[in-house]
Design a protein around this ligand. Structure first.
Ligand code: PA5
Length: 476
């Protein structure tokens, strides 16, 4: 699949269907019109120009990842080959952007029960992503893996994140006790080349190391070694994934908003936010895309939730991302989406062709209320239910749009990730905020350092000590 011709790429092109964002479908009060697009032509053009000007610079280094990693990709592929041959478990130690991407791509592109398959069918190590510091989670991992057959990939851009460093410290101690000098063979570090503690530790311990390029923030890092190494270890064709991202990049570099799905969806979400739609629901209709919704939630929430705009004014903007799964959440959340407050935009992701299908067996001829299902496939059913939900929301004047994926594969996942990243960059400019910083996340990190008495955080500790103490009368 590595070399797709133009026609193959076109056949795998993702499409944005925004009919149900328009007044023709959801009514004049909720929906948008071509006039809205015309009236905002300047804002859209301005956002387009700024993103195109900034790409490849500052914290927009991620736009070049599909093009500038030839040597890194070679190294990743040969490292992954050795790991696939010699190990049974690949454990990612990381959190946030260092964990959500690997998890999302694993679920999207591997067998849905990968870790449960026998080794000869799996043909790759099992993957575990330790996206937390829950002690029970770590203890349970240590209870099931054979360390001899395990590689740990510690991933942190800053090289300082408490969660990741504590996971690392637990593991390296166990490895050293068990393997002595050979412990280093079980650890790969993925981190910044210039900043943080992990690079220093990696150099002194002699770990194999991959670098997270400058200009690539955590939530924009799936297409660099952060995501590419775990993907390659699993046998995913990372060159094809990057080719999908490059293809979407070209599409999202079109000046005409009607030909640019990232620019169009960014504008529609922006216009919706301006009308008080403060919730963005991401609802793929495919289990394989379940964790893409988690990855999206970080991208959208952390990039757009900002107190201050680029001019220093307090704006407190953002749109709360919510993950949902079709059809599962039709039986929990859709009631709210159809009849609750008019404060949401729902994004459906539709998969046109599933990689496997299952026919619903016949044998219920005497029960017409069940028999109507017989002979259809589950693929037909899930897509029919998606259309039905789309209809139900639209009929209730609820803003929604659909991203169509012809199928889920390495190319279309590359497209999808890049589409969301570009959409985030465009809407960031429309909102006039820095979509690439995360002072709120860093505030939480600093407070943890202060509470643990880390040197340099004494002032934060003093501030925290001055905060009002909890009152017993407010417990019940
Ligand atoms: O998007 C971000 O920058 C953050 O969510 C980070 O990914 C997360 O905090 C982990 O940071 P680091 O990679 O520095 O350990």
């Amino acid at each position: 699949m590595a070399r797709l011709n133009l026609q193959q790429k076109k056949d795998l092109r993702l499409k944005l269907d925004y009919n149900n964002m328009m007044a023709d479908f959801v009514g004049k009060t909720e929906g948008f019109t071509d006039k809205d697009l015309k009236d905002n032509a300047h804002l859209i053009a301005d956002a387009f120009q700024k993103v195109q000007q900034k790409r490849g610079t500052g914290m927009m280094g991620w736009t070049e990842l599909p093009y500038n990693q030839e040597e890194t990709v070679k190294d990743i592929i040969s490292t992954a080959k050795e790991i696939r041959k010699n190990y049974d478990n690949f454990v990612v130690l990381g959190i946030g952007g260092s964990a959500l991407g690997p998890t999302a791509v694993f679920q999207a592109l591997c067998h849905l029960r990968h870790n449960e398959l026998p080794r000869r069918v799996r043909k790759a190590p099992k993957l575990y992503v330790e996206d937390n510091v829950d002690p029970e989670r770590m203890a349970s991992l240590l209870g099931i893996i054979d360390l001899e057959k395990t590689v740990f990939n510690v991933i942190t851009k800053s090289g300082a994140t408490s969660e990741t460093m504590s996971q690392y410290l637990v593991i390296i101690d166990i490895l050293k006790k068990k393997f002595g000098d050979k412990a280093k063979g079980h650890v790969i570090a993925t981190t910044s080349e210039k900043r943080g503690n992990l690079i220093k530790l990696a150099e002194s311990e002699g770990f194999k190391t991959f670098y997270i390029p400058e200009g690539v923030g955590g939530r924009f890092s799936e297409l660099c070694p952060v995501g590419l190494l775990p993907a390659a270890v699993l046998g995913i064709d990372i060159k094809v994934m990057l080719a999908g991202a490059a293809y979407m990049d070209k599409i999202c570099s079109a000046k005409d908003v009607k030909k640019n799905p990232a620019l169009m969806s960014a504008f529609l979400q922006y216009a919706a936010i301006k009308r008080g739609k403060n919730i963005s629901v991401m609802m793929p209709y495919a289990d394989s895309l379940k964790y893409i919704a988690d990855w999206y939630c970080q991208l959208w929430g952390e990039s757009l939730g900002k107190a201050v705009n680029n001019d220093g004014g307090y704006v407190y903007v953002g749109q709360t991302p919510v993950k949902a799964l079709g059809v599962t959440d039709q039986h929990s959340q859709i009631q709210l989406y159809r009849e609750g407050p008019f404060d949401k935009v729902v994004t459906f992701i539709a998969v046109e062709k599933f990689r496997a299908d299952v026919t619903i067996s016949k044998g219920c001829e005497n029960f017409p209320d069940v028999n109507f299902l017989c002979g259809h496939t589950m693929g037909e059913l899930i897509n029919t239910e998606r259309k039905a939900t789309e209809y139900a929301l639209t009929a209730a004047n609820r803003l929604n749009y659909t991203i169509y994926m012809p199928e889920v594969n390495a190319f279309t996942i590359g497209e999808l990730l890049f589409l969301f990243e570009m959409e985030t960059a465009y809407i960031g400019e429309m909102l006039n905020i820095d979509a690439f910083n995360q002072p709120g996340v860093e505030g939480g990190k600093n407070a943890t350092y202060a509470l643990f008495g880390r040197k340099g955080y004494e002032k934060t500790k003093e501030e925290m000590d001055r905060a009002p103490k909890k009152k017993s009368q407010y417990f019940c």
